[in-house]
Design a protein around this ligand. Structure first.
Ligand SMILES: CC(C)(COP(=O)(O)OP(=O)(O)OC[C@H]1O[C@@H](n2cnc3c(N)ncnc32)[C@H](O)[C@@H]1OP(=O)(O)O)[C@@H](O)C(=O)NCCC(=O)NCCS
Length: 197
């Protein structure tokens, strides 16, 4: 089932069955591209406010039962790629999240790493979660099983590869670590920002 707003810039390439796509609103400055190779995947986007969002599910093999949701006011400065090719993965992005150019949500590794002792896979992917009002810096890479809590800022070129728990922090580096706590952020440049009294 596909629900798209009228006259929206959406490119679809679906190869599979029973996929569900629901997009509430795409602003004029935004463009969405969705490629699915698989069945029973769900994509929900509340409001893409700017930039180009590309969602790519499945690769050489089909992907099943994936879920992606983006909230309201999602600002993509340039291109954002959001991809996985493992079954049952869930990506959720909250409201008012800004992605600087060339950031990427790569929610699974693509290939298996397994234990030589028992052949059990070691790198299963389950989720990526980004909270509300987060600012994702330029060329950030967000990997499987990562969580960026509400109000967090991720520094340019950082790699987020685990679950962070504290809200309103700055996360930077490869791999990302908390460098500042209890911060807020505003879209205005610092010289224009007027502190609340
Ligand atoms: C994350 C960021 C906003 C933090 O700025 P800040 O609060 O002024 O932070 P500071 O410069 O005081 O840095 C704090 C520490 O983090 C380190 N750090 C900051 N940004 C980093 C990054 N991107 N990667 C690795 N380390 C970083 C600093 O070296 C410093 O470490 P130290 O205390 O050991 O010296 C900024 O560094 C950044 O990455 N800005 C780019 C944002 C962007 O991509 N904007 C695009 C807009 S569309």
């Amino acid at each position: 089932m596909i629900h798209l707003p009228k006259k929206s810039k959406v490119h679809l390439n679906i190869d599979g069955q029973n996929n569900y796509i629901h997009v509430n609103c795409i602003d004029k400055k935004a463009e969405l591209s969705i490629e699915i190779h698989g069945d029973n995947n769900k994509i929900f986007i509340d409001q893409l406010a700017s930039g180009k969002l590309t969602i790519r599910l499945g690769g050489a093999d089909k992907v099943f039962n994936g879920q992606i949701s983006f909230g309201k006011n999602i600002y993509v400065t340039d291109d954002l790629l959001c991809t996985f090719n493992e079954d049952n993965v869930n990506i959720s992005v909250g409201d008012f999240v800004m992605f600087a150019p060339k950031s990427m949500i790569h929610a699974c590794d693509g290939h298996t790493i397994f234990s030589k002792d028992n052949n059990y896979p070691l790198n299963r992917s389950y989720f990526v979660k980004i909270g509300n009002h987060c600012w994702i810096g330029r060329e950030v890479l967000i990997l499987k099983n990562s969580e960026i809590p509400d109000g967090c800022i991720v520094g340019a070129r950082s790699i987020v590869n685990k679950k962070f728990c504290k809200k309103n922090c700055i996360l930077v580096g490869m791999p990302a670590k908390v460098v500042k706590e209890n911060v807020g952020w505003s879209t205005e440049p610092p010289n224009k920002y007027k502190p609340a009294k």
